[in-house]
Design a protein around this ligand. Structure first.
Ligand code: TYD
Length: 135
């Protein structure tokens, strides 16, 4: 799995003077079916979240409100993505070390995931990640 598989996906946006609307269909706008959504909010200034990889899970990360950065690292290269619009999602393929920081106040980070929560799918130790990623 390489960093080049990860990308910003522009989601449909229905502009409306009453308020805009965006949507995501699993298998259509994103390359996986959605089994779970979770979200982070009330993130204190200066906090860092993430700092782990997933062995098999695909995810889409959306800044539903506010902004934050996602740093992706495939073991060879790292890239920082700034998310600030609710009609953009960052597709994160499996075996990608990710960290999230630079949260604005009031930021809400939603994550659509290809599987339910499974602690066995996490790699939480960076050296173990590197060993697996570079094997
Ligand atoms: P974690 O994924 O480590 O958060 P972060 O990506 O910010 O590091 O999850 C934090 C805690 O929440 C951890 O104890 C597991 C729990 N958790 C669930 O129970 N279900 C979930 O769907 C998620 C994402 C986390």
């Amino acid at each position: 799995m390489s960093l080049s598989n990860c990308r910003i996906i522009e989601l449909p946006k229905i502009s409306d003077p009453r308020g805009n609307l965006s949507f995501v269909e699993g298998g259509n706008h994103i390359p996986f079916d959605i089994k779970r959504m979770y979200y982070m909010y009330d993130v204190p200034g200066g906090a860092e979240r993430g700092a782990h990889a997933h062995k098999g899970m695909h995810q889409l990360i959306i800044a539903m409100s506010g902004s934050f950065d996602v740093i992706l690292n495939d073991g060879h290269h790292a890239k920082r993505f700034h998310l600030a619009r609710s009609y953009y999602g960052l597709y994160v393929c499996p075996m990608m070390w990710r960290a999230l920081d630079n949260f604005s106040s009031g930021a809400v980070c939603a994550v659509l995931s290809s599987s339910r929560y499974d602690e066995d799918d996490y790699i939480r130790d960076y050296d173990s990640f590197l060993k697996a990623a570079l094997a």
